[in-house]
Unconditional design. Sequence first.
Lengths: 145, 145
Amino acid sequence: MLSKTFAYALRAVTYVAVHSKEGKKVNLEQLSEGIDVPQPFLGKIMQDLVRQGVLKSMKGPGGGFWTDEYSLKLPAFEILKATDGYAVLTSCLMGKKNCNSSLPCPLHAEYALCRDTLFDALRNTRISDLAQKVEAKEIFLAEDN
Amino acid sequence: MLSKTFAYALRAVTYVAVHSKEGKKVNLEQLSEGIDVPQPFLGKIMQDLVRQGVLKSMKGPGGGFWTDEYSLKLPAFEILKATDGYAVLTSCLMGKKNCNSSLPCPLHAEYALCRDTLFDALRNTRISDLAQKVEAKEIFLAEDN
DNA sequence: CGAATAAAAGATAATAATATCTTTTTATAT
DNA sequence: ATATAAAAAGATATTATTATCTTTTATTCG
């Protein structure tokens, strides 16, 4: 339902948001170590996030990634769109096959509810909310953090 | 969260359960066509289901798969165990890394609730329940079914 | 202007899930 | 005993996801 890529992106954006509040840019190496994700793959993911307007970036000395006022207000749902695209919104156990509430698969009722609940949570959570939770130590971005 | 393999297995077991009520065995070719799943791969999945005691099987002329009184009473959760194993029970966006309610990842609350709700539904649904729903045309096992 | 930093991009590889193909084994019917 | 049917099992292939490596481009600083 949710890819590992999305999980990496969620942690990455949250980490960058936390550090942006200190006026700092986060470079890829620091980010990779901070959220315990392979750096080369993370670089790819960050490109998609920048391309989709979720984060800002700059090359060169003192370069890196950061969030601005605008992106802090974005719902976490934008991260899902940047990594997994729209297909997950209607994903189901039937995969690509037609499955809906009038032609449901064996687990449709529960699965669709589950999926929609999760996606609603992402729509209702701003990136700034996630950063606040990290600062309040309510959520963690890596194991030994 | 839930694999395509599990989705195939759920439909397969349900299909076999429906046809067992007619006192029939279902062979692999019929089953593959009935639920629209690639036959060779399905054969593999069925072996695990038989090995785990979810279904019965017999080789040779008139052979195939069937459910008995015992297996009809099994919760659908047994299908999940046969296909995806135990790791999914505690799966999270952090993957294999330690994540729990005292050291939660960014989406842990929603994700764990979602996962547990889905798994509870599987625990509380018997294979016979699924077969009944197919017969009542409340759920479908393939698109043009 | 050039060196160093650091993201961006392209190419390639590894792994896991899904899928296919071939052979073996088992069971029944004649 | 043999042929046929059909599951079981092993081997292999494809696809998608995750991951790594190399090169290019952009930016800053001295």
